[in-house]
Design a protein around this ligand. Structure first.
Ligand SMILES: [Zn+2]
Length: 187
């Protein structure tokens, strides 16, 4: 089963980066650490010219989304992304597979962190929406502007992490859990 996800990544990467990494990318190939694969998404870090960058490639059925936290990497077109692509093709097994945790698996404080890292704010907000809670209503409920909530959400997808990301996810989870309770109580 995990092989199909590796295959999907392989295929997507070959399509997105058809040629060998250029001079600027070459120096980063193989230099990545904290290599992780969650399904068909790989994330790793590399030390660049201005600090450590978080770089990711996500192959979905429709598109390949890459992102890097360097100053030009927002859309995924930087040499760090190209280098991560080549690093994965060279050594896919060096990426440690992480499975998405279920909320019921969370037993201690270290699990909280792992769980929060395995879900995106985007997916949590989508779950809220399914329950009829809009992004605007949720933002208002925690005293955050809708624009800022949007920034925190898209920041995560572009590997630009806001300090309040984890706390915002926890707030989503709280609402998700208690909204059900409130509904049940009302019946
Ligand atoms: Zn970059």
């Amino acid at each position: 089963m995990p092989n199909s996800e590796i295959d999907a990544l392989n295929k997507a990467i070959r399509k997105e980066w058809p040629s060998k990494p250029g001079e600027k990318a070459k120096i980063y190939v193989g230099k990545f650490f904290n290599r992780v694969r969650i399904g068909s998404k790989v994330v790793a870090q590399v030390v660049g010219n201005h600090g450590t960058y978080t770089v990711s490639i996500h192959a979905t059925e429709l598109t390949t989304k890459s992102a890097c936290s360097c100053y030009i990497g927002k859309g995924g077109y930087c040499h760090h992304c190209a280098a991560l692509a080549a690093t994965f093709l060279n050594n896919p097994d060096s990426f440690v597979e992480k499975t998405t945790k279920n909320l019921s698996d969370v037993k201690g404080m270290t699990d909280v962190n792992e769980f929060l890292q395995s879900v995106t704010l985007e997916s949590l907000l989508a779950q809220l929406k399914e329950k009829g809670i809009s992004q605007k209503a949720f933002a208002a409920s925690i005293g955050m502007s809708t624009q800022h909530l949007s920034s925190v959400k898209s920041g995560e997808l572009n590997n630009r992490f806001y300090h309040e990301l984890g706390a915002t996810k926890l707030a989503c989870l709280w609402v998700l859990e208690h909204y059900g309770e409130i509904n049940k109580g009302g019946k």
